[in-house]
Design a protein around this ligand. Structure first.
Ligand code: GPP
Ligand code: MG
Length: 297
């Protein structure tokens, strides 16, 4: 197995990225993710949409906490359907970039379901070692590879991917930089599927949402405004074909998670942010625009 390199200045480039890298390198004992992943080997670093089985909240006390965790894991795994639906009928073997691949849950699910050849990028070293080991164990290490790289500046050739996905990772990057990179990597007509939480410009002036500030502090993130996503997509030649606002649907997961003994304190800001419509949960599918020359050939 390729060894994971230690922090490189080409990859972790500035003070903010160093701080972010520290945050993730320090987050190695996170039972709310590890205990869920242990159930079936799919370790996620994203949340979920849709309702939960309310009966878990009134289950006998000795079983209740485990049932809550089971339900959270079911929801987090089903959340990947948002991406799979956005990809549509990807031909087997198509190349796909998972930008910000965490411990690999989304990459493995896409590979298992669609047969895509997946490259995940991440600059958290223990996440990389973890996901590479899982790929070996799952017998898919030739087709699901994890690279030490910054998602806004990857080592891949122009037009080498048919698909790019980001599953709740873009709150860590400059969107103009990231989307320019994704457009470079995509083939003409290639597709980008974005799932993210973002600040609703229509509800709050920049920097004035206490919920958003609390979430940013918790995760060392920089939540972007909804309008910034669309400006950055347009500036990069990525043309949205579908936009889904799933803000209401994002609430139940946080209600359930608030009842878990493993809750981390970030639940209330997410609940308040979504309920007050200051935080939005979006799924966007965008295609790379073709140039005149590409259209003619
Ligand atoms: C938190 O997921 C996810 C983010 C802050 C988005 C970026 C994720 C990357 C791996 C880059 P989590 O599952 O780690 O949060 P929690 O521990 O609160 O469940
Ligand atoms: Mg989690």
């Amino acid at each position: 197995m390729t060894p994971v390199p230690s922090r490189s200045r080409d990859v972790v480039r500035d003070d903010y990225e160093n701080q972010l890298n520290d945050h993730w390198e320090d987050k190695q004992n996170d039972p709310i993710n590890l205990l869920l992943g242990k159930m079936d080997g799919l370790y996620h670093h994203h949340y979920a949409v849709g309702d939960f089985d309310r009966s878990v909240l009134t289950a006998p006390p000795d079983r209740r906490q485990q049932l809550i965790l089971n339900e959270m894991h079911r929801m987090e795994s089903e959340q990947v359907d948002l991406i799979l639906d956005g990809l549509g009928d990807a031909p087997p073997g198509a190349r796909l970039l998972d930008a910000g691949s965490g411990r690999g849950g989304t990459s493995f699910m896409i590979h298992d379901r669609l047969g895509c050849h997946v490259d995940g990028v991440n600059f958290c070293e223990h996440h990389l070692a973890f996901s590479r080991k899982l790929a070996q164990q799952r017998g898919c290490a030739d087709n699901v590879r994890f690279h030490y790289a910054n998602m806004v500046s990857t080592p891949f050739a122009d037009a080498s991917f048919r698909y790019v996905v980001t599953n709740e990772t873009t709150m860590y990057v400059d969107l103009f930089e990231a989307f320019t990179e994704f457009a470079r990597l995509l083939q003409p007509g290639g597709r980008y599927v974005l799932v993210t939480w973002c600040e609703n410009d229509a509800a709050a002036a920049p920097g004035t949402s206490p919920e958003i500030n609390a979430i940013d502090t918790h995760y060392v993130s920089r939540i972007h405004r909804r309008s910034t996503y669309f400006r950055a997509l347009a500036a990069s030649g990525l043309v949205p074909s579908t936009v889904r606002d799933l803000t209401r649907e994002a609430i139940p997961y946080w209600e359930l998670r608030s009842c878990s003994a493993l809750s981390t304190g970030v639940e209330q800001p997410f609940l308040d942010g979504y309920r007050r419509n200051r935080l939005n949960y979006l799924v966007v599918v965008a295609e790379k625009a073709r140039t005149k020359k590409q259209t003619a050939s």
